[in-house]
Design a protein around this ligand. Sequence first.
Ligand code: UGA
Length: 431
Amino acid sequence: MNICVIGTGYVGLVSGVCFSDIGNKVTCVDIDENKISNLKKGIIPIYEPGLEELVLKNIKENRLSFTTQLDKALDEADVVLIAVGTPPKENGEADLRFVEAVATSIGKNLNGYKVIVTKSTVPVGTGKWIKGIIEKEAGHSNFDVASNPEFLREGSAIYDTMNMERAVIGVESDKAKEVLTELHKPFNTNIVVADIETAEMIKYAANAFLATKISFINEIANICELVGADVTKVAEGMGYDNRIGKAFLAAGIGYGGSCFPKDTNALINIAANVGYNLRIVKDVENVNAMQRFRVYDKVKEAFNGELEGKKLAVLGLAFKPNTDDMRAAPSIDVIPKLLEDGADVIAYDPVAMANAKREIANLNTVNSYEEAVQGADAVIVLTDWKEFKDLDLADLKKKLKQPVLIDGRNMFDLNQMADLGYYYASIGRRT
Ligand code: UGA
């Protein structure tokens, strides 16, 4: 099939590359000329394992190309994927400015039947709204709109797409259903066909549920600390029950990123707009907002409330490992608190330091974990990079001024930390 992907952000780029890799001819369009000229050379604007190789491979095999010319790309396309950003507005609603602009351009350039699909996460009802815009601009309705939400995770985006557990296809015609079912056949996955509003809702419900699991286990962790239980064992014991499942029960500093915070907020707004008070998801957000400060509290506790002049090595800045994404990262809230208290914070992250410097004022970074921890009064782990998991803890202790480790990600074994003589505080486990 011939596919035109509009927007070369995270979702657009990964979907475009994966659809080309399974044999489609894909043209990715963006208005950013610099980005497109870089992509043509295989220079990728984001950090995502495996993406660069796959882009280069498919460019070479003539299945993938990049352009700023939407009209030309549209001309040949059977399927158009809208994958532009939907950033949150001040009030938490999704800002559909970019989607609107793209729908208008599509309408102006429509030259024959196409299936026009939203990949971006958009409020329920957006599919129909897009249809209206295109119809008005094109002056006919020889097209279908559809919803095909994305479920990939940053850091494992290629794997998640190539091994998708389901494809959700929201359609209002048999023709669009046929085209999109055909497109997803090579993935050999479960296909859920629904109406457009339902497909749009599935995306929000899925993300809100995953966020709920995280806040739920974090609350259980907080109780565990008070009653002397261990949340990792509690999660293991719960997770063997298939109805619960093991995934997303890792207690810690709480969730960040560009998706859960934005989508929970947007869902609360979608509900409020139709007069519904979405209590559970509101509390999920509240618990998450508080959780990151529990890590800060644990640092203070380790030094009896006195952080003035303490050298603190922060390991990890990104909201999660394998990404340089700093959006809603816990470090953005935790580090300024430590600095306010007069601590000397030295941070290290394998890839997110440049982005972090834009987000956190007066952030002091170093280029290796060794430099960060040398002579530190404490180590604070904020992101669960494998590189930190694999640390030689005995060696680390020798480098520290005081053997204090505050772990926001429950990375290390309690017995080992005790044997090595660390003051070790983590989340929902015995100290
Ligand atoms: C999330 C969803 O997992 C994807 O399915 C979805 O497609 C994506 O949002 C999106 O809407 O685009 P992502 O934000 O990339 O993906 O990252 P996750 O791996 O889901 O992690 C989100 C946050 O939850 C991270 O801060 C992570 O540290 C935290 N987390 C995750 C926990 O604290 N505990 C867990 O058990 C799991």
